[in-house]
Write a protein that binds this ligand. Structure first.
Ligand SMILES: Cc1cc2nc3c(=O)[nH]c(=O)nc-3n(C[C@H](O)[C@H](O)[C@H](O)COP(=O)(O)OP(=O)(O)OC[C@H]3O[C@@H](n4cnc5c(N)ncnc54)[C@H](O)[C@@H]3O)c2cc1C
Length: 628
């Protein structure tokens, strides 16, 4: 449940839980500007930096974030990328966040953008994206100490906020401040409005050097300082740490490679994407249309949590880059549970019910009727889900400034030349060179890596879909949204080239250890049989088109891993793998690309570290001990 908030007569938000106001008597706006931004030397300190990272304890109603974002937006010397990481144990509702800026009309437009993304905020780490991916808000919902331990980044500025130390001592205690210090480098500036003795002592114990400065009335003093411990702080961020954007070669122009290229280019990298084919998205990402929906499990498994982070990441990209209705549509997806209802985590029925409802809930009678299923059918309704044309997303990512795509460039191997990778074709001719190389060639990554002595645990899984143009009367006879659960159906996909602009798509087959993308006639019957179980009414409508041979086929090769999770991590210094997207490239590619960029730059991760670590590449033979 969202945190209950009361509103004082002057419009100030007030917390009944802590018996304290969310904002100082001097007004939230001046507190954000004077105490936090100015207290951390901003905006001057971030001038012309490639990135800047701010850590805040206590997101509250998001005012400090909004003011910082507005300052970044108005500053011609702003850093290219702004990271804002904020912890919050008791998140307010999106509506209250918006309501809290009604006295500050200059922030209203930004607050509305923020409000639109404040949905489905279950406990954990959430990455919200603004300004085309240049302002990144990482919300860590839960106990600040525990959440910060899950984030291996270095902050440049720290805003210590929260209710007063008497009302909410936890957020100011030594353990929380130690967790904050872990995220600091020598010189990280810190600012807060409290000068409580206990806070000053704890800060000093953690290595901060702070001093009182004149405060905003009615407060006499504020606190400012920096992280400058008398001891050498442990290096917490993983190597290689911050690096300046340079040149990168990505092998493979599918969802994985194009997403990586876009994420790096947004950070200032010059990226060349090489592909063996003549056009982008020629591999599995050439699928005419795919479904994107979160995974649900009773224990909210790692895969389920990862799928939600991935869906959120893709939705943000689709909303900014794609044409709704023709490239994608967030229709919602019905999951028909064939044997038994897929149980949802117990917490989703209790405290987390509202946030969970934003994601997935039992399908209602109307949705079942629209799918032609009886009312007692066991089914889930995924709210933030729909269909996407993968090739449209690939093309949009490749169009990011700083990305250059080159077709008919089949990579055979690579060699180190000083500090750069030289990428060669089969004749030994150089195709490209750069200091960073990313292998994102789907299942072909396995053979390419083997040439470099790496035995990756990647498996080919061939699949075929059946699709056809809508014939008269079909559009209204099919469900108005995709259905999955036993194969799947995308009922209305706008494709080019037909007399009728809409096509339906059903499938797909799933054949392990087959790396052939040839279509097979037998797969059409297999897809029809599965559709008969999944959606008997729809199958009845479409069977005739199958029988008359009016159904087309498309086949491709998925790349799967033993863990079913994507494979993302370094194989050698400056050689990264981004592959193993399995049947969920639309869910995982955008997230993996942001994770790769974050790890490379020692930025805040878009998800908890434990989830990120689970994606490290797996091997069938021991990995060479060559990278730190
Ligand atoms: C039948 C089927 C149905 C699917 N349905 C869905 C779905 O509904 N939802 C979903 O999310 N996902 C779905 N998927 C999975 C999804 O298509 C993949 O996860 C995703 O496309 C993988 O993207 P990728 O970039 O890793 O690989 P690919 O798209 O295969 O890209 C790899 C690229 O590398 C290039 N390449 C290979 N070797 C070389 C080389 N030596 N040099 C240069 N370039 C090279 C290839 O030409 C290719 O363009 C489906 C897949 C199939 C086959």
């Amino acid at each position: 449940m969202s945190e209950p908030i009361e509103w004082l007569a002057d419009g100030t938000p007030y917390s009944p839980r802590f018996g304290d106001r969310y904002r100082s008597e001097s007004g939230g706006l001046s507190q954000a500007r004077e105490v936090f931004l100015k207290g951390c030397g901003l905006p001057a300190a971030w001038a012309s930096q490639p990135q800047w990272c701010i850590l805040e304890t206590g997101f509250g109603l998001g005012l400090n974030f909004l003011v910082t974002w507005a300052t970044w937006k108005a500053d011609p010397m702003r850093p290219r990328l702004l990271h804002f990481v904020s912890t919050e144990a008791f998140p307010a509702s999106a509506d209250d966040v918006l309501r809290s800026v009604r006295n500050h009309p200059e922030l209203m437009a930004l607050a509305q953008e923020l409000q639109r993304q404040l949905w489905g905020l279950l406990p954990g780490v959430h990455r919200l994206t603004f300004e085309g991916g240049l302002v990144l808000l990482t919300l860590c919902l839960g106990d600040a100490k525990a959440m910060l331990r899950e984030q291996p980044f270095q902050a440049d500025s720290v805003y210590l906020d929260g209710f007063s130390p008497e009302r909410n001592p936890d957020i100011w205690d030594l353990h929380t401040l130690k967790a904050v210090a872990r995220c600091c480098r020598r010189g990280t500036r810190v600012a807060t409005w409290t000068v409580a003795r206990s806070v000053r002592d704890a800060l000093a114990q953690c290595g901060f050097v702070v001093k009182k400065v004149p405060g905003l009335p009615p407060k006499r003093d504020n606190l400012r300082g920096s992280f400058d411990p008398a001891w050498e702080p442990k290096k917490t961020p993983p190597s290689p740490g911050h690096r300046t954007p340079g040149h990168c070669v990505v092998i493979g122009a599918g969802l994985a490679g194009a997403a990586v290229a876009a994420s790096l280019a947004r950070r200032g990298w010059q990226v060349v994407v090489l592909d063996a084919a003549a056009a982008p998205a020629a591999g599995a990402s050439g699928l005419p249309g795919g479904v994107m929906a979160p995974h649900v499990s009773p224990d909210d498994s790692l895969f389920s949590r990862l799928s939600r982070s991935g869906v959120r990441a893709t939705l943000q990209q689709a909303e900014t880059l794609l044409q709704a209705g023709s490239d994608w549509s967030c229709t919602g997806v019905l999951e028909h549970c064939m044997k038994h209802i897929r149980a949802r985590p117990a917490a989703w029925q209790q405290g987390d019910a509202k946030a969970a409802h934003d994601w997935t809930h039992p399908a209602n009678a109307e949705q079942l009727a629209q799918a032609g299923l009886p009312p007692e059918t066991l089914a889930l309704w995924h709210v933030r889900a729909g269909w996407i044309k993968p090739a449209a997303l690939v093309r949009a990512w490749l169009a990011t400034p700083g990305v250059q795509w080159r077709g008919q460039a089949a990579v055979s191997r690579w060699v180190r030349q000083g500090s750069a990778w030289q990428v060669l074709d089969a004749a030994g001719q150089e195709l490209a060179r750069a200091e960073l190389l990313v292998l994102a060639a789907g299942y072909a990554s396995r053979a390419l890596a083997r040439g470099a002595g790496q035995h990756l645990a990647l498996q080919a899984v061939r699949g075929q879909v059946s699709w056809a143009w809508h014939e008269p009367g079909i559009t209204d006879a099919l469900p108005p949204f995709p259905v999955n659960g036993h194969g799947g159906l995308i009922p209305a996909l706008p494709l080019a080239g037909g007399t009728n602009p809409l096509a339906w798509m059903a499938g797909s087959s799933f054949e392990r250890d087959n790396a052939s993308a040839e279509t097979q006639p037998g797969d059409a019957q297999h897809n029809l049989d599965r559709l008969r179980t999944l959606l008997p009414e729809a199958a009845g409508q479409l069977a005739d088109q199958f029988e008359r041979g009016k159904v087309n086929a498309w086949a491709g090769v998925r790349c799967a891993t033993p863990s079913h999770l994507p494979a993302l991590g370094p194989l050698e210094p400056d050689l990264w793998l981004c592959s193993g997207m399995g049947s969920r490239g639309l869910t995982f590619a955008a997230l993996c690309a942001e994770l790769l960029a974050a790890r490379l730059h020692a930025e805040p991760l878009p998800l908890a570290q434990r989830l990120a670590d689970a994606l490290l590449p797996q091997y069938t033979a021991p990995a060479p001990e060559v990278w730190p």
